[in-house]
Design a protein around this ligand. Sequence first.
Ligand code: R5P
Length: 313
Amino acid sequence: MHTRRILVFSGNAHPVLATGICDYLDIELGDATIKRFPDGELNVKVSEDVRGADAFVVQPTCDPVNENLMELLLLIDCLKRASADRVTAVLPYYGYARKDRKDEGRVPITAKLVANLITSAGADRVLAIDLHASQIQGFFDIPFDHLCAAGSLSRPFMESRITDLVVVSPDVGSIKLARAYAERLGAGLAVVDKRRISPDAIETGFLIGEVKGRNVLIVDDIIATGGSVCEAAQMLRNRGANSVQVAATHPVLCGPAIERLGAAAIDRLTVTDTIPLSEAAHELPVLCVSVANLIGEAIKRIHFNESVSSLFT
Ligand code: R5P
């Protein structure tokens, strides 16, 4: 008989999402506190019995990424040492994912180091959503469930039944994602040729596909400085697009992003809550779709040893 309890814990990164997941699972959020010692070191304490439990730690490693990562590692270590039967690291957003290879000499592969740290801390499994590079799953030698937010994110567009819709990938890297949206929404597909000049500067080149007189939806996994989607939006307007919307899973929104998005030719931005939105972001024409139920359902299936694969696509 299955007697293990599900326990869900949260660091300081996104307790609202963790609470939403608990609501879906109809359980209370696990009792953990994260304080600081006088010298700034983190002081983590789980205040309930976890022995034999199936524990899940919900912690997107968004800004402040190093703090949030360290909290995640300490919570995993704490739960293992307190005899939780199994600990799953739930990373709605996997920070450092863009450093997944050596693209020049003498640089680290930080996404792999993060994988090593999570495994060394004692995680038995990992659950994440829309990794920047899905091969990061292979950086782990423990089970990794990789969820896809396209189902949740495309729902508002299915409901609004936009006519003459073209889904646009803002770069070649996101073509697969864009195709998934286009198939789901019965829309056309176009691709922008993007070149990154510096970490926060983008240049657009060719457009493959037709957008004149059409309603376009740019899809991406991440909006960081906003350069990619804002440059693409401007290009598509210049090419005669009727309306321009953007859908992205992870609203990192750093540096000049809010200012850029506010000034961009974008009618509406749809994102998920894998990362909490800042107050300033709420000033934008933004719709935030929650992934709490998606993660909650995945946790339930993992706990009961049911297939999670239908949530991958
Ligand atoms: C790039 O490969 C990603 O899919 C995103 O397009 C990129 O990370 C977004 O960054 P930014 O908003 O700074 O252009």
